[in-house]
Design a protein around this ligand. Structure first.
Ligand code: C2O
Ligand code: CU
Ligand code: CU
Length: 486
């Protein structure tokens, strides 16, 4: 059972040792698609895996095209956004030290760009640069060089153009990135589960979001797993599966359970815990990921997202509450004996621990919400230190290779999951209580009216990037700041 106060726990192994080595040579295009495994599910439509693109000889070169077209979502034809015609887009599988080349073509009618969420790569030039705009109809070639010590784990990609991020992600633009383990864990099979939400009207069009919904952060009526509604998964008793779970919802928190099955959490966001943990549930804020082992026990279980209360946007604004009801996301049917006998997962190297580090600077970030220009204006303000995002202003300048402590205070009545690009955060203190182990994440929830303290090591990369609330409606409304490491 994972303690709610440590729900987004992550331990990051091996990052922060300077030096960026690029493994492998050559630029081999690998477009070999791995087809989804045949299903033996008795009921429901079998869970389909997105196509997989895998690096070879240290390189993965991918062409991604975003477009608005008819795609199959929740078993229906929906006019949605997609990468390469699929929701989610293809899964990109790479290794530490690899070069990932992505040629993005923006087939939308709005500006867009690409972000590789959680990857520890340069924020400059044509790497994970948040200041790139790819105009409608234009293309841009990204190149991400993963350090040789890049942590393995579950990452994802999505558009990140300020003002358009929420609509484009809600509309279907997201996909998984897996950084493989140096030593694979033996399993019967591996699955990617990209969980997203969407609202579609009877004509198959995505419903537009009201200002009120943006205020609390939109939640779609349908919760999808790989674009499917209530897909079926099946396994033999004793089999062990690796589930790579991504919360790609625009605003919805996921409190996931799979009662009746044995769940072992290997890590959250990037890297692996020192020791794998048996858990009953996993809570993922928008943007968080879970790396899970499921050991199958006979019987049929339901993967559920339980009610999660992330606060209310204030009665006066009529925003209402944001506690979603329990929802069944998928069924997991276990029958017949499979090949079992898997051994326990060996421990990893202890993660880095900044609790004993020398802190070179401390700063406070205050997250607040309100109405701009009075209650009747209908204009939400979502600010960090009283300021809304401004692409021409640098909010925070940090010293390259320093360690900082940030006090994150949320004065509002809604949770705000803070995400920092490039450098993961170690959670030091939650609401005055010290955290007992080294927990690293790239999305850290700051619950309503509370304070969280984190430490960050600004290692390996200098340059300019952003931090923001991963409720993407808040990010688009301005709850984002620019950070520069010099
Ligand atoms: Cu997943 Cu700045 O985003
Ligand atoms: Cu990100
Ligand atoms: Cu927020």
């Amino acid at each position: 059972m994972i303690d709610i106060s440590r729900r987004n726990a992550l331990i990051l192994g091996g990052v922060g040792i300077g030096g960026v080595a690029i493994g492998g040579t050559g630029f081999v295009v690998n477009q070999k698609l791995r087809r989804p495994e045949a299903s033996k599910a008795a009921s429901g439509v079998a869970l389909v895996q997105p196509p997989e693109l895998r690096s070879s000889d240290g390189v993965l070169t991918v062409a991604l095209e975003s477009s608005s077209q008819q795609v199959n979502i929740a078993g229906r034809d929906v006019r949605a956004f997609s990468y390469n015609g699929g929701v989610p887009g293809p899964t990109l599988r790479v290794r530490a030290g690899d070069i990932l080349n992505v040629s993005l073509r923006n087939g939308l009618t709005d500006p867009s760009n690409l972000h590789v969420h959680g990857l520890h790569v340069s924020p400059e030039n044509n790497s994970d640069n948040m200041f790139v705009t790819v105009a409608a109809g234009d293309s841009f070639d990204y190149q991400y060089d993963l350090p040789a010590n890049h942590p393995p784990g579950v990452y994802w990609y999505h558009p990140h153009h300020h003002g358009f991020a929420a609509d484009q992600v809600f509309g279907g633009l997201y996909g998984a990135i897996i950084v493989e383990d140096p030593d694979p864990i033996p399993t019967s099979r591996e699955r990617v589960l990209v969980i997203s939400d969407i609202t579609v009207d009877s004509s198959g069009t995505i419903v537009t979001t009201t200002a009120m919904e943006k205020m609390s952060g939109r939640e779609g009526e349908l919760i999808l797993v790989n674009g499917q509604l209530s897909p079926a998964l099946s396994a033999g008793a004793g089999e062990r599966e690796r589930w790579r779970v991504i919360n790609a919802c625009t605003s919805r928190f996921l409190r996931l359970r799979l009662d009746g099955q044995q769940l072992t959490l290997l890590g959250i966001d990037s890297g692996r815990f020192e020791s794998a943990r048996d858990v009953d549930e996993v809570v993922l804020a928008p943007g968080n990921r879970a790396d899970l082992l499921v050991t199958a026990r006979a019987g049929t279980s339901s993967l559920r997202a339980l009610r999660y209360d992330r606060g209310a946007s204030g009665g006066m604004m009529g925003g209402g509450t944001t506690s979603s009801a329990d929802v069944a996301l998928a069924t997991f049917a276990v029958a017949g004996a499979g090949a079992g006998g898997f051994t326990a997962v060996p421990d990893q190297l202890a993660p880095r621990d900044l609790r004993s580090a020398t802190v070179t600077a401390r700063r406070e970030l205050v997250f607040a919400m309100g109405m701009r220009g009075g209650m009747s204006s209908g204009m939400m303000s979502a600010t960090i230190n009283d300021q809304a995002f401004d692409a021409t202003r640098i909010d925070t300048t940090v010293q390259f290779e320093s360690v900082e402590e940030w006090t994150l205070t949320n004065t509002s009545t809604l949770d705000h999951p803070l995400h920092l690009h490039v450098w993961p955060m170690q959670i030091i203190e939650q609401d005055g209580r010290p955290v007992e182990s080294a927990i690293w994440q790239d999305v850290v929830n700051i619950p309503a009216r509370s304070t969280v303290r984190v430490r960050i090591a600004f290692d390996d990369f200098s340059g300019r990037t952003v931090y923001h609330c991963h409720i993407l409606d808040h990010e688009d409304a301005g709850m984002m700041g620019i950070i520069q490491a010099l």
